[in-house]
Design a protein around this ligand. Structure first.
Ligand SMILES: [Zn+2]
Length: 410
């Protein structure tokens, strides 16, 4: 079970030694952004820290610095990163305790008048990755290590707890995470007849879950009702449930009413220019922000993860288009594509995003309103996953982050 903390305590015990006393009473300079929230998610072998800000801090590379422990000053090993243009004052002076065996806690303080400093106090550390996200602006730090506490049942499932984050883990494909896109205040695409994408995504996801359980897969859904979950929460949840593959379900939209068909995306360092619109919409960002995301992807080196995701996409897409053609006549097959999707690169397992049709096309909209059509679709996606499970080596690989042997883990 994930422990999520989200707090903004005021006043403090002076835990923040990094804050110069002279600054504590300093007036806030104009034009700075704020820290809106600090959230953490704890799992047996990794912890995600998300600091939500009110503005972009424009970091293009990972500026995180790792410091050794300083027992004299009662300082554990720690990571820190400066957040230019951000004012935090004393709001987090007390720090946000985590205490999950990997992280002691997170501190934020005003380092200079124009820069805040984020410090992650470590209890155990193998590696980390840091990236920024837009809309809302966030700094994400994933810390991987060996929790010093007794491993939970969940962590021991895939082998020794946390022992092999830096090498490939092999395990039987068992747990599928289904992610019905959007939900709650976020309707996704709105199509002909005021149909909301979020509703179709959920209906199809529920049918798919049923089909997968019939094939002896364990199924986890990021949402089972009409609620809003942000992307970091969706992917952190998938991690916590020990998912082996991640499938995000969406419906497309276009200004071109004639455009229809099915396309399946996987994550790759490269992407095709014409997919920017889709990526922007599904990521909830402006098209101009997709380029920055692409730079992040290049830095995180997704090559290794994308091989498995590409294979998964091919199996699912082939069965989906083939099966629908047999029942409903020729479908418009837009192919397997590369695209920069947050929800895919924040997952640590092979991950795909299926665009099941266009809500803006009359034919597709009509088909997608049919329960029978959605059920055939669900059956075919399940068949594709069955074929993926039974392929060649019969193993699903989980990838480890940034180590010398495996170039990436996403
Ligand atoms: Zn969508």
């Amino acid at each position: 079970m994930a422990a999520r903390s989200s707090l903004g305590r005021r006043a403090g015990r002076g835990v923040l030694a990094l804050v110069s006393l002279a600054l504590l009473g300093a007036d806030r300079p104009p034009g700075l952004g704020d820290v809106r929230d600090v959230r953490t998610w704890s799992y047996p072998d990794y912890t995600r820290v998300v600091v939500e800000l009110t503005r972009d801090i424009g970091l293009e590379s990972d500026p995180t610095i790792r410091l050794p422990a300083n027992p004299g000053a009662d300082r554990p090993e720690r990571l820190y990163i400066d957040l230019p243009g951000i004012w935090v004052g004393r709001r987090y002076a007390e720090g946000v305790p985590v205490g999950d065996g990997l992280l002691r806690g997170v501190r934020l303080g005003q380092n200079t008048q124009n820069t805040s400093r984020l410090v992650v106090d470590l209890e155990s550390y193998d590696t980390h990755r840091m990236f920024t996200l837009r809309s809302p602006d966030r700094v994400v730090i994933d810390v991987y290590g060996k929790a010093k506490r007794k491993p939970t049942e969940k962590s021991s499932r895939g082998g020794p707890a946390g022992s092999s984050r830096l090498s490939m883990q092999s395990r039987r494909l068992k747990t599928i995470v289904i992610d019905p896109g959007h939900g709650g205040k976020d309707p996704g695409a709105v199509g002909i007849g005021d149909v909301h994408e979020k509703d179709i995504n959920l209906k199809l996801a529920q049918l798919l879950a049923k089909r997968l359980r019939a094939r002896s897969f364990k199924v986890v859904m990021t949402r089972t009702d009409d609620r809003f979950i942000d992307l970091e929460g969706r992917t952190a949840f998938a991690e916590s449930e020990g998912g082996d593959v991640f499938i995000s379900i969406h419906v497309n939209a276009s200004e071109n009413k004639n455009l229809r068909g099915i396309e399946t995306y996987y994550l790759d360092e490269e992407h095709e220019r014409h997919n920017v619109e889709v990526a922007a919409r599904e990521n909830g960002v402006r098209p101009s922000e997709v380029d920055a995301l692409q730079q992040t992807l290049s830095r995180l080196r997704v090559a290794e993860a994308s091989k498995l995701s590409q294979s998964l996409a091919s199996y699912v897409h082939r069965d989906l288009t083939k099966g629908l053609s047999q029942t409903y006549g020729q479908v418009s097959d837009l192919g397997v594509k590369k695209g920069p999707f947050y929800v895919l690169f924040m997952s640590s397992m092979p991950a795909i995003l299926v665009e099941t049709g266009f809500l803006t096309n009359p034919k597709d909209a009509k088909l997608l309103s049919s329960d029978h059509y959605l059920d055939v679709m669900a059956a075919q996606i399940a068949a594709g996953l069955g074929h993926y499970r039974n392929r060649g080596d019969q193993r699903a690989h989980r990838l480890a982050p940034g180590g010398p042997d495996s170039r990436s883990r996403l």
